[in-house]
Design a protein around this ligand. Structure first.
Ligand SMILES: C[S@@+](CC[C@H](N)C(=O)[O-])C[C@H]1O[C@@H](n2cnc3c(N)ncnc32)[C@H](O)[C@@H]1O
Length: 252
């Protein structure tokens, strides 16, 4: 696989705008939640952490204070951004469905990048990758933005100013077909460089959407002892999102 052709423009020609769209500080609270979730499912305490689909490395910028991290992403442009932010982490280009690093980690983490798995077959491949790279007694954590049961259409906006560059975005999330395993996140970016150069880009992200039990069953199928946890975050309505935590039994 390893092809970047199907990635949204944000992870290709616009990758160097990522730090203007999303900033590491925005991730501090959730990174703390993910760390505690992983600690609760790993024995002994985890030291090494593999993140698949690590993007610009915003979560990693917090997690690296507690773990030795290896970061895998499909996009060379996003890896460049992350290397700048996280020079002390190992970076590897790879597809979460197929990458094999030939070693195991105490814990494996896939956050929002998991939404780019659009079919149950692809999601199963990403879960298998996590399983293969997780040591017995370790844990894997998957944090999709939505599950089928809690999905709600929404519109949000954001962006930052960094030096001579500014970006504002509108994200319109909706589901044209409630019977399939995908939804749409249409993003509009307004990109400003200096005072006069302004352009607008429409970037469609097609994202995967799976049921709560589908998640648990797919994780159990490879061997994880799987459970869900409500995602606790001050900006998220309680009960509106879940993460999926798998413990790899000691004798696997
Ligand atoms: C929203 S970004 C992740 C941001 C990240 N959570 C952070 O903390 O900065 C989503 C990432 O998923 C990556 N991605 C999409 N499909 C992938 C795949 N099949 N394998 C690995 N990475 C993938 C994209 O290249 C992109 O960098």
């Amino acid at each position: 696989m390893n092809t970047t052709d199907t990635l949204p423009a944000l992870y290709q020609e616009l990758a160097d705008w990522w730090p203007v769209l999303s900033s590491p500080e925005d991730y501090a609270e959730e990174a703390r939640f993910y760390r505690h979730a992983l600690l609760s499912a790993c024995t002994p305490t985890p030291r090494t952490l593999l993140e698949l689909g690590s993007g610009g490395g915003n979560n990693a910028s917090h997690l690296k204070k507690h773990f030795e991290m290896t970061l895998v992403d499909l996009s060379p442009g996003m890896l460049r951004v992350s290397r700048e932010l996280n020079p002390e982490c190992d970076h590897v280009q790879g597809d979460m469905r197929t990458v094999r690093l030939g070693r195991q980690f105490d814990a494996v983490f896939i956050q929002d990048a998991i939404v780019y798995m659009l079919s149950t077959a692809d999601l199963a491949r990403a879960i298998e990758t996590a399983w293969v790279h997780c040591r017995p007694g370790g844990a894997a954590l998957f944090a999709p933005d939505h599950t089928r049961e809690t999905f709600k259409a929404s519109t949000t906006h954001g962006g930052h100013d960094r030096g001579t560059r500014s970006l504002r975005y509108l994200e319109w999330t909706w589901d044209p077909d409630v019977t399939d395993t995908t939804y749409i996140s249409d993003m509009v970016y307004v990109l400003r460089e200096g005072a006069h150069h302004v352009r607008c880009v429409l970037d469609r992200h097609t994202c995967g959407l799976f049921g709560h039990n589908d998640w648990l069953q797919m994780m159990a199928r490879v061997g994880f002892e799987a459970r869900s946890l409500p995602f606790a975050h001050t900006e998220i309505e309680p009960g509106s999102a879940h993460v999926f935590l798998g413990h790899k039994p000691d004798r696997s």
